[in-house]
Design a binder for this molecule. Structure first.
Ligand SMILES: [Zn+2]
Ligand SMILES: [Zn+2]
Length: 249
């Protein structure tokens, strides 16, 4: 039997969280119903959510409709700046509405669930690629002030706690307030993000970086952030996102 060893701090944290959960019950990250103390997701959603199976694109992690292929249509036609990326969930159904609340309705507590799932699926991969740091995709400052938080940062921090890898939320910042990518066509998306990111220092002190974001669609954001980091001296950029569009093409 596997016995997990907890440090004194972890025990105290878990005990505190358990007591707090009576006062402020957590909500199920998938359907937002109230949870019983100690539950991470409600029993109903636990039956619903199955780990992503089947073949995924070797580059971006998007599920493939044709299992004989190695890359999705997007990655087969386009050169990406990042080396490889992984996605925890398919961006559909309950995950889609869950991510909406995580992003716009202040459900920051969902971050712990997403990060736990990310670590369960990809801890081996994260160790193998040997990243030194997790960097959240930044949000434009005034936008973040208005929302009160950056959901990518909430996820990155939770992932840092789950994996023990340090998080650097200050390395990258967004120079311009860009139009949301979902409101633009492919051509506009490419130019919308051009030089959208900058570094706080001239030189990147890490070789291998894991970017963290909530949703991956065409990869323009990841590419632009990766490009900025590579130009400043990083050698390889990987990414992890919570939800990814299916893109069955
Ligand atoms: Zn639920
Ligand atoms: Zn791909």
């Amino acid at each position: 039997m596997k016995v997990s060893k907890r440090t004194g701090t972890e025990k105290a944290y878990a005990a505190g969280k358990f007591l707090l959960s009576f006062l402020y019950p957590d909500r199920c990250p998938l359907c937002d119903s109230l949870l019983m103390p100690g539950e991470l997701i409600c029993p109903c959603c636990e039956r619903d959510v199955k780990p992503a199976r089947g073949a995924v694109c070797l580059k971006c992690g998007k599920p493939l409709s044709d299992e004989r292929r190695e890359y999705c249509a997007d990655c087969a036609n386009k050169k990406h700046y990042f080396t490889q990326g992984k996605a925890v969930f398919l961006y559909e159904g309950k995950i889609r509405s869950s991510l909406y609340r995580f992003k716009y309705k202040n459900r920051r507590e969902y971050g712990g669930y997403y990060a736990g799932e990310a670590a369960a699926q990809f801890d081996g991969w994260i160790r193998k690629i040997g990243v030194q740091v997790i960097v959240p995709v930044p949000m434009y400052r005034s936008k973040q002030r208005l929302r009160g938080y950056n959901q990518a940062e909430v996820f990155a921090k939770a992932l840092g706690r789950s994996t023990g890898i340090p998080v650097d939320k200050k390395l990258l910042f967004r120079v311009r307030n860009t139009t949301p990518q979902k409101d633009l066509n492919e051509h506009e998306r490419k130019y919308n993000l051009k030089n959208a990111f900058q570094l706080r220092a001239d030189i990147v002190k890490y070789n291998k970086i894991l970017l963290a974001d909530d949703i991956y669609t065409t990869g323009s954001t990841m590419d632009e952030a990766s490009k900025t980091l590579l130009e400043a001296g990083a050698t390889k950029i990987y990414f992890i996102c919570i939800g990814i569009g299916a893109g069955y093409r």
